[in-house]
Ligand binder design. Sequence first.
Ligand SMILES: [Zn+2]
Length: 368
Amino acid sequence: MTATIDVFWHDDALLHDTGSGVFEHPPSPLLAEPELHPENAVRVLNMKAILERGPLAEHVRWRAGRHATIEELTLVHDPDYVESIRRFCADGGGVLLWSTTVSEGSWAAALAAAGTTLAAVEAVLEGGSRVAYALVRPPGHHAQPAQADGYCLFSNVALAAEHARRSGVERVAILDWDVHHGNGTQECFYERDDVLTVSFHMRHGAWGPSHLQTGAPDEVGRGRGKGFSVNIELPAGTGDGGYLRAFEQVVAPIVDRFEPGILLVACGQDANQFDPNGRQCVSMAGFRSLGEAARELAERHCGGRIVLAQEGGYARTYSAFCLHATLAGVLGVETALEDPCAYLPDEPSHADEEIAAIRAVLAPYWGL
Ligand SMILES: [Zn+2]
């Protein structure tokens, strides 16, 4: 049987206009040319193009995304918060937070991002798909129940997880390899033992009132949720080998004990070696290996059921290549697509000390 991935897309992703300037700040009079805000429509257009034109194209079944309803958003979000975002966009948008800018069209894009992720998880829950990917923006993993953060308005993957739970899946595992801490997803489930959140990220700590979580290993959850928030905080430049070592030594043994019914992946590519927002030096080969490792977990525990949703990934060219490599790994398909930028050396032991410390924190909960 040919491996197939259902890719869910909605054109309203393009309506979210984040403007241009100095990175995520206003334009500088010192420079000749402002650049697009890092989270722009071009990045997802490149991702869509490479899946349409690259070697994986024959494995992709394109599916229509949809808008989430307000009721669906309140699966994890506060109704007043949802309304505040709607109103801010309807009033014309602007700078919502220092790094997060929205336009009038961002409301439709945010509804499409959440709804399209829900459509992807629904397809897998209903059995029509086994492997699905939602190519959406704005991203979601920093959005907390009542707080926007880090380019994110609604927590797309958390909504998908909660939907899966209410559809009868007893245990849901979320694996987040975006280079930033999945603080919003974590916050949605911090006191829960039915949704395991695992975040790989570079060490960046809390970054202000919108982002109080640190992503340090000792953020393990609260109450019955203790042990079910797993934070793999890695040093700058960890690279392919270090990421895989952390996967083998921390993620796989924990997921093996948790035994989820479905695996959700908050799939960012900003750990790539050329990302303006990340410093982790992961290459296409590394992303392929992460995809393979996730597939193995899904096959072992979830009947192969895996749903990925797009998060960050801001190097507009290389992120698309890394996405292609990730999905090839998830499908177990060999492709002839070469890495156009492969040159960084890799040292698998780069993060050994940190990984040992993370295992020590989690040992009481998972017997590592
Ligand atoms: Zn990110």
